[in-house]
Design a binder for this molecule. Sequence first.
Ligand code: TRP
Length: 505
Amino acid sequence: MAQVRDQWTTRAGFILAAVGSAIGLGNIWRYPYVAYENGGGAFLIPYFFALLTAGIPILLLEYVLGHRSRGSSPISYRRLSQKWEWLGWWQALLAFVISTYYMIILAWALSYTWFSFGTQWGEDTESFFFGQYLGSNQAEGFWDIGGLQWSVVIPVVLLWAFVYFVMRRQAHRGIERMARIMMPILIGMMVVFTIRGITLEGATAGLNALLTPDFSALTDPNVWVAAYGQVFFSLSVGFATMITYASYLKKDEDLANSGLIAAFANSGFEFMAAIGIFGALGFLATQSGTEVEHVVGQTIGLAFVIFPRIISELPWLNSLFGVLFFGSLVFAGLTSVVSLVEPSVSAIRDKLGVARTTAVNWICGLAALVSLLYATNGGLIYLDVVDHYLNSYGLLIGAILMAVATAWTTRKIRDLQAHINQVSDIHIGNWWVLCVSVITPLVLIVMTGLNIVDEWKVPYGGYEISGLLVIGWGSLIITVIAAVIFQRLAWKTDDALTSHEKEGA
Ligand code: TRP
């Protein structure tokens, strides 16, 4: 059956969609906290090291895989060698699983945008969030799932409905148009937010806390692990997103330049958000007469417990500041969540030859159902565990396998380099080959090893082992099995595939 492949309208449309994917919750709400916890100003050193030696090289690797095959991730890997098709499925499936809990955090942010009007969270923002809003029963056992928490179910269903209608349309009409509308608004909102943040009384105390370098952090391997984790997550690499997005580019479109633009836009946004947020934290510390370190919460707490307090304390227009902050999270998150769903939509269409709408019906429907698991009283725990396992093990192992697949077993890395150079203005030298085939996999192997050793000693989050095995390792293993099954299914489309199989492998 002949398929009409999606295509971006212009290169700018692709860059916007890619930047829309990259800029997400990771930039606004994860980065400031991670930077602060891992050496403050000194964190920039491992951050830039990871960005330049791993983040950007793997981003370009994904671009070229997708662009060269102009197919979804299973096709892109299959074109290296038929044996590697499963890796494309695995990464797309991991992205799908991430979308199911990523959306939950968007749902919280949507609710909090609404709560910002008249600061509806009251005095005790912590018990409001965990108790009243999430109805969390964390004190009970791992398996006490409780019932559905309607205050979360309703926004999550609304958001999935919205994403569903965006994704039903072809990529350039749905995803690209959404990015064209939302990204400028988001950037505008974030600029206003940051200006307000740094002009608040006491902001300098916050900025000092964020930027004062703690060079001793550089000797701690966990700081480097955090830098890699942040760079990968923030750039949206490792889960087939960029393979899929690049596959919708026209034939002779520049890759290297687009990659650098996307990467630096993403980091710039991250730095800006961090400055605004820490300005606001400095304000809160000054108001409560304490040090900044006493007001910085954990990641989740920072956005949903501490920020509400800041918003309530503001002298004027506090609802507006709340809308700017939580509304930015929603906008940034929406353009990211579609990029987590698109890889599996694209893969299923290519393999089964179904219409885009059919694939989207199934995938968004299933994702929304899985989301409900985290919209329960016990859901926070599952969210935490799934996130940890996917973003440490799934991501690291996947990225190591990417290097193995391209550089070591099939030895196609030089072809890939040549492809980038053929279409791009900026030429990619051998440093790229070295980073992708040697430096990055080595660092990642060491990191995975350290992770495993650490968690052998202390189970992640102090949760029950049975829970970690079933939910954490379980989600990794199920996705691998599903990937192998998908690889074994017969291809229902021929045009996507045969042209390459004839040319290439
Ligand atoms: N980059 C997004 C963020 O910063 C998250 C994200 C979207 C992502 N798509 C991805 C992460 C693909 C990894 C892979 O919030």
